[in-house]
Design a binder for this molecule. Structure first.
Ligand code: HEC
Length: 277
């Protein structure tokens, strides 16, 4: 029994090591190639439209809905919030490069001084705290609206996630990747089981979207939520589907996952915020 356990551990470790050997650049190339070979008729840009790139009927309904985007009011509110001064007279723009405009494509980024992944949502809240304001809840509400507004100013800019050549940054990337390929929950599914191995197939009534382009359009306004939700709110929905415990917003695991998954879409244009079912 003991030796069987040892053998299993060795096999698992070897598998992890062989994944870990590829550079992020090599990972990204094979990841993108997998989808472009699988769906040769879909343009790179269209991958950012998720299931609507695969399912024409769903796309027609979605496009009709977007004649009057359901998120219009919330997006406008996000712009107002972004431009409202804090009690100390400063504002969000003072915390970001370029006054916070057209920067979404650079997030999440790795902070080499703090050795951690900084998502846009984390940076927004840190800006608040630095200016004496309270933290906002991470996955929805005002913070999601502000992030949606900031995303809208990056429309069309290519996603440009950088992994500095630094052991800590690589480790964060590898941890995110490991999370993506690990099975979890009572149903024992990994993210990759649905969005890579079973891409384009149906899970119950839903077509499984490609992971390429998965981060390009967040925050997303879901009809089911009747509001904007951040990418990490969507991670929760997927974790719940496999009956796994959702994680805290901006937990290290979620930030690393967001770092890995966004890097996989490098080069695709930002096309958010967007609406989904
Ligand atoms: C049991 C299958 C399943 C698993 C496992 C799963 N998802 Fe999903 N996911 C779905 C379905 C169904 C949807 C909604 C339809 C679609 O866009 O694929 C979805 C949607 C998404 C979206 C939104 C896509 C968009 O266009 O806005 C993201 C992002 C996502 N999943 C990421 C993940 C991540 C990260 C994991 C692992 C933590 C994961 N998923 C695990 C089934 C799954």
């Amino acid at each position: 029994m003991k030796s069987l356990l040892n053998t299993l551990t060795v096999v698992v470790m070897l598998a992890v090591v062989s994944i870990a050997n590829a550079t992020p650049e090599q990972d990204k190339e094979s990841f993108q190639r997998f989808y472009t070979e699988r769906f040769p008729d879909i343009t790179m840009e269209d991958f950012g439209n998720g299931v609507y790139a695969l399912d024409q009927d769903a796309r027609n309904q979605w496009e009709a809905m977007n004649d009057f985007p359901p998120y219009e009011d919330d997006l406008e509110k996000g712009g107002e919030l972004f431009n409202t001064a804090f009690a100390n007279g400063k504002n969000y723009a003072s915390c970001f490069e370029n006054g916070g405009g057209n920067i979404r494509q650079n997030y999440p980024m790795f902070d080499t001084k703090r050795n951690t992944v900084i998502t846009l949502e984390l940076a927004i809240n840190e800006c608040r705290v630095a200016n004496g304001e309270k933290l906002l809840p991470y996955k929805k509400g005002e913070l999601a609206k502000i992030a949606a507004y900031m995303t809208s100013t990056s429309e069309g800019s290519p996603i440009n996630i950088v992994i500095p050549n630094n052991g800590k940054a690589l480790a964060a990337y590898q941890a995110g990747k490991q999370y993506y390929y690990s099975k979890r929950g009572q149903l024992n599914f990994s993210c990759s089981n649905c969005h890579i191995q079973n891409v384009g197939r149906k899970a119950r009534s839903e077509t499984l979207s490609p992971a390429l382009g998965h981060t390009s359009h967040f925050p997303v306004y879901r009809m089911k939520w009747e509001s904007f939700g951040t990418l990490q709110r969507r991670f929760d929905s997927c974790n719940k589907q496999v009956r796994a415990e959702p994680l805290e917003g901006q937990s290290e695991d979620y930030r690393n996952l967001e770092y890995f998954l966004t890097y996989m879409s490098n080069g695709l244009p930002v096309n958010g915020p967007a609406s989904r079912k």
